[in-house]
Design a protein around this ligand. Structure first.
Ligand code: ZN
Length: 242
């Protein structure tokens, strides 16, 4: 089975379309939260995910757009975008988002947004944090998003040390007996200095994960964001991947 793993789409439809095209063919789509927030097309993105039968989890921006999470810890731009999304999402988008759980186990993979011990808020960004999270999931592999940075953490089965690496475009990682935490990077708002949309494919038969970077029409998204009156800093950051 080939699984397209997507995270932090953030209402960016052109980026989602480009990544789906680049990762095809696939049998399933798993998404790791923050479907909405920041971007201009929340309803269109959810409709597309329904079309491809995506399963997955909710992120902090999804919960905030539903009014289920206070936004006082969001920065001003993020809060403005969340409030814009809350006023914009349709009843069917709302229902789809509200049905997303915090954690899902699909075929031996635990899916969460932030981290398995704190799915809403924790940024899984260091080996120390990864190691502290190994006891918070039962499966061999865990998939996380939230940082918008493609990363992989492996646990050495003998030394129990955790190693971290940042996979680049086209890079393949073997899914073997080692426990691993994998982050596909962000579809709709990459933050590793590469503005191209990011996604990952898992091939469960071959036992590999592969990361892809995909060019998409950033200018078109920026035009829609301007039209929507979304904050300038959120518009500009898409050009630089930060
Ligand atoms: Zn996010």
């Amino acid at each position: 089975m080939r699984v397209a793993v997507l995270s932090d789409i953030h209402a960016n439809l052109p980026a989602l379309e480009a990544v789906l095209e680049a990762l095809a063919p696939f049998d399933q789509v798993w998404q790791l939260g923050d479907v909405v927030g920041y971007g201009p097309q929340p309803n269109e993105v959810v409709a597309r995910l329904r079309e491809v039968g995506a399963t997955g989890v909710r992120g902090n921006h999804d919960a905030a757009a539903l009014g289920q999470l206070a936004t006082d810890t969001f920065n001003d731009d993020a809060r403005t975008a969340v409030e814009w999304s809350a006023g914009r999402i349709s009843p069917s988008t709302r229902a789809w988002l509200a049905a997303l759980p915090e954690r899902v186990v699909n075929d031996g993979y635990t899916l969460v947004h932030g981290s398995p011990r704190d799915p809403t808020w924790e940024y899984l960004i260091t080996t120390a944090i990864a190691r502290a999270n190994l006891s918070a999931f039962d499966t061999r592999y865990c998939l996380v998003g939230h940082t918008h940075i493609p990363l992989v953490f492996h646990q050495d089965p003998v030394a129990h040390r955790v190693e971290m690496s940042a996979p680049s475009e086209g890079e393949t990682v073997r899914l073997d007996e080692r426990r691993a935490i994998l982050n596909p990077g962000s579809v709709g708002q990459p933050r590793d200095g590469d503005p191209r949309a990011c996604g990952m494919v898992i091939d469960t038969e071959l036992g590999i994960a592969q990361w892809h970077r995909v060019r998409y029409d950033i200018t078109e998204v920026q035009r829609l964001m301007e039209q929507a009156g979304l904050p300038g800093r959120l518009i500009d950051r898409l050009s630089v991947g930060w």
